[in-house]
Design a protein around this ligand. Structure first.
Ligand code: APR
Length: 266
């Protein structure tokens, strides 16, 4: 599946041209961009929700009733999550930001791999896994403290008030953080190009962000190994691995830039 069809090569060139000529491109990433770093996605073949029912393991209602279910899932996933390194897809996105092509990264991911890859303007619309807050006195704990607590406590509790600790990720039934939510809507409205990488586009309100771009006349480039509900409204759809396609788009952009520079040198 890693060989590229001619049609995909043409789409890569077209995507490179669109991004190079854009004025306000942004990228929206999902769990699919981190699978090549070893972190399972949610709805792909071996996704997390295939093993853990989101209603029981991923909703705020179930967390408040019985946090042990969430912590059991977290204990299973944490080692991979905390040790993961960025893959070529993350580095390609960081390169596009460095080239001042991507103005921002809107990510549904909580793994901080965009930060590790060198991206700077990042909006984590579903929070991140490196902060934990006490539901009682709002005390804040970091990842290292929690990893130590999980080993001793079935339900990590606050050292001060003994209330349950909750990771700063958005669970089903919770609102998105206001700043990231409103910034990402604003960016989507202003985007002339939204690159969508590794998301099934199935979870609201984030899956509606591309509609803001379309409603303002912007275009979509979707790189995802499964179809999405917006494929027929996208300018370009490449059903392939982000870790392969995104670096090829960056390579194509650099090639076009060199050709343009050599033409102007004449
Ligand atoms: N390259 C391209 N696409 C990939 C790759 C890859 N290497 N690996 C997986 N995919 C695709 C999957 O086929 C799937 O369509 O990425 C998509 C990931 O979709 P989801 O697992 O639904 O992840 P995401 O879209 O980020 O989910 C959104 O749902 O459960 C909540 O909070 C969770 O942030 C998450 C949100």
């Amino acid at each position: 599946m890693d060989s590229l069809e001619q049609i995909e090569r043409e789409s890569i060139t077209k995507a490179a041209e669109l991004l190079l000529n854009s004025k306000n491109a942004v990228v929206l990433t999902g769990a699919g961009i981190s699978t090549e770093s070893g972190i399972p996605d949610f709805r792909g073949e071996s996704g997390i929700w295939m093993k853990y029912k989101p209603k029981i393991y991923g909703s705020i209602q179930s967390f408040l009733k019985d946090p042990s279910k969430f912590w059991k899932m977290a204990e299973d996933i944490a080692p991979t999550l905390f040790s993961a390194e960025p893959n070529p897809g993350h580095y390609a996105i960081a390169a596009l930001e460095k080239m001042n092509i991507l103005k921002a990264i809107i990510t549904q991911n909580i793994d901080e791999l965009h930060q590790k890859a060198g991206s700077i303007i990042i909006y984590e619309v579903h929070g991140n896994i490196n902060r934990f807050t006490c539901l009682g006195c709002r005390a804040s704990y970091n990842k290292e403290q929690i990893v130590r607590k999980i080993k001793k406590e079935k339900n990590p509790a606050c050292d001060y008030c003994a209330a349950p600790l909750k990771p700063s990720v958005v669970l089903f039934g919770e609102n998105l953080p206001n700043f990231e939510k409103y910034m990402s809507i604003d960016l989507a409205k202003k985007a002339d190009i939204m690159l969508i990488a590794g998301s099934s586009l199935t979870v609201a309100p984030v899956c509606d962000l591309p509609l803001y771009t379309l409603s303002e006349g912007g275009k979509l480039i979707i790189v995802n190994d499964q179809p999405t509900y917006l494929d027929d409204r996208a300018e370009i759809v490449i059903n392939h691995k982000t870790g392969i396609i995104l670096p090829l788009i960056v390579k194509e952009i650099k090639k076009i830039k060199v050709e343009h520079e050599s033409e102007t040198d004449i």
